[in-house]
Design a protein. Structure first.
Length: 269
């Protein structure tokens, strides 16, 4: 089956073994086995091109320490050394960073935060009777809190089925997407200090919800993100440079059995 999917691939007279392609395919997970093998074959062709060039230039490379007890392989070190030598990318200047910052403002805005507290009356949403009882209990507690709002923490400690009960129901700061959609729908409509007048139903049960504080998101000043932007632009420029370099090597090579239409190997990432 594997031989039927993998044609004979040769790079400058050096064959790429079908077994090597099959092993490399484990690094390219996809539902389509043929697509995984094709991606693996391209990755190995690119690696062969780079290693051949490193040998041609008689490069010597020392494997780097990757941390956590891991080190580069000899081949990985050669590829890194080759690319560091051959792909020269100018540093991103302040003007380029400011242009990126101006055009991608949404990426540099902190999320809106909600400081909230709740009391959970747990119930299985699929058990209509039990869920109805939970809602009724929550409604009774809401009526009590409307009369004596300062008892929220006390009632949370006595009635809530959430681990936040020990903290008086406090959830701390949450942002959009961190709670259930139903919970968030009610949360974002509340004013600071407001108790939700109705129980909030979720698959966990019925919630008594209070919004204590809303913290608006803010756009981070350029100075706080300048280094991050410069690093991103540098990495993007390097990836483009590597892709161009690989295309150059491929254009000079005799590659048979596969087309390198696009350079999207992990080596370029």
């Amino acid at each position: 089956m594997m031989d039927q999917l993998i044609e004979l691939i040769v790079v400058n007279g050096a064959p790429i073994a079908a077994e090597a392609i099959a092993a490399e395919a484990q690094n390219h997970p996809t539902e389509d086995p043929k697509a995984a093998l094709e991606e693996a074959a391209r990755a190995l062709v690119i690696r062969e091109l780079l290693l051949e060039k490193a040998q041609e230039l008689e490069l010597v490379a020392k494997p780097a320490d990757l941390g956590h007890g891991k080190r580069e392989s000899d081949e990985e070190a050669l590829v890194r050394t080759l690319l560091e030598r051959e792909v020269n990318i100018p540093e991103a200047d302040e003007a380029a960073c400011r242009r990126f910052y101006a055009g991608h403002g949404a990426h540099f805005k902190t999320p809106e935060l909600f400081e909230a507290a709740h009391i959970l009356i747990a119930a299985d949403a699929n058990d209509s009777e039990a869920f109805g009882c939970a809602v009724a209990q929550a409604e009774a507690l809401i009526r009590e809190l409307q009369q004596t709002p300062d008892r929220f923490a006390e009632l949370a400690r006595h009635h809530s089925d959430c681990s936040s009960a020990k903290d008086g129901g406090s959830l701390g700061q949450v942002e959009r997407g961190q709670t259930t959609p139903e919970f968030e729908t009610f949360l974002v409509t509340l004013d600071e200090g407001q108790l939700c007048p109705v129980p909030v139903p979720t698959h966990y049960g019925a919630h008594i919800l209070r919004l204590d504080r809303r913290v608006s998101g803010r756009t981070l000043p350029f100075e706080e993100v300048a280094d991050l932007i410069a690093h991103y632009l540098q990495e993007a420029s390097f990836r483009r440079g590597v892709a161009q370099y690989i295309r150059l090597l491929a254009g000079e090579a005799d590659i048979r059995g596969i087309e390198l239409d696009a350079v999207d190997s992990p080596l370029v990432q």
